[in-house]
Design a protein around this ligand. Structure first.
Ligand code: AMP
Ligand code: FE
Ligand code: FE
Ligand code: ZN
Length: 292
């Protein structure tokens, strides 16, 4: 339990979950129910480039006695690296941020169509198959193409699709528009939110940004890093913990839940301390948590 001036919230806290408003497989209400069933009491919905799930999630969280933090996972790119920036408690009506998320989502559609066209050279897959897998005007991503491949019998689950046909080196891959991380951090921060780099130290093509660049992000207002995440490497976590200590930043831990069938990640497999949740709430000026 914590904290000072504002209303109280209760851990365990999981600050990174996706619904079908982006590439999760469950409605915001179902996500809240699953999180509650996994013992979570404070949580954030962080759909990719989209905030339309907040109202339903907030209402479901309240009915379950949980504290809800509105959030988003903003797509960015630095050189060839995909960088995901979590934003918490920002103003969803901020014009600059809303325009940028609109631009990313629009380009994601054309990019997904290009990937499907590439795949269709070798597999009987159509754009309509992908549309059948998206609901509520979701932010379109490769997971929806994965679901279409599964429905057509070309993959058993999303993991298999990502390791094969959807892999960046498969020959079918196309990138989508995304702002530089400096822009992403600036947009979230100027909208009154707290910016946290998601899974900053994974293996492979999205491995850690140079420390000198991370320090530029910190100067731009970056709040901290998602350190406890199943895809972060142990060496990377150690380096991030040192950076967090040196700059007195926020360190979070979260599941990155995408639904029971979307990814193996389960709510609460990583959690954020009460102290760090309180720091996010205290720092943000764009929105308030919805307390139970
Ligand atoms: P995109 O942003 O369209 O390039 O797709 C990336 C998204 O795919 C990420 O947000 C992940 O949630 C999801 N993803 C990546 N790898 C996997 C995997 N192995 N299984 C399921 N989902 C994945
Ligand atoms: Fe995702
Ligand atoms: Fe991510
Ligand atoms: Zn995520």
């Amino acid at each position: 339990m914590t904290s000072g001036a504002h209303s109280t919230f209760t851990g365990p806290s999981d600050l990174h979950l996706h619904s079908n408003h982006s590439d999760g497989t469950e409605t915001p209400t179902e996500v809240m129910r699953q999180a509650h069933a996994h013992g979570i009491r404070t949580l954030a919905l962080t759909d990719h480039d989209r905030t339309t799930g907040w109202d339903e999630a907030g209402a479901a969280a309240a009915s379950l006695g949980m504290t809800f933090l509105p959030g988003m996972e903003l797509s960015a790119r630095h050189d060839w690296r995909s960088v995901h920036v979590l934003g918490y408690l920002f103003d969803p009506t901020d014009p600059a941020l809303a325009a940028e998320t609109e631009k990313i989502r629009a380009d994601r559609v054309g990019r997904a169509e290009r990937i499907v066209r590439n795949i269709a050279r070798d597999y009987d897959l159509r754009w309509d198959d992908v549309l059948e897998q998206t609901t509520v005007d979701a932010t379109v991503g490769r997971p929806h193409i994965a679901d279409a491949l599964i429905a057509r019998g070309f993959a058993l689950d999303r993991t298999e699709a990502f390791e094969g046909i959807l892999h960046p080196r498969s020959g079918y891959y196309e990138p989508h528009y995304a702002p530089d991380p400096l822009t992403a951090v600036r947009l979230i921060t100027r909208a009154g939110g707290v910016a946290i780099i998601a899974h900053p130290v994974t293996m492979g093509r999205d491995r850690m940004l140079p420390v000198s660049f991370l320090e530029r992000l910190i100067a731009e207002g970056l709040g901290g890093f998602e350190i406890d995440h199943r895809e972060n490497t142990e060496d990377g976590k150690k380096a991030l913990r040192e950076l967090v200590a040196r700059h007195d930043l926020i360190a979070t831990g979260s599941s990155d839940y995408h639904g029971m069938t979307g990814k193996p990640n389960r709510p609460g497999e990583n959690t954020t301390s009460d102290e760090m949740v309180a720091r996010i709430i205290d720092r943000a000026t764009g929105a308030q948590p919805r307390y139970a």
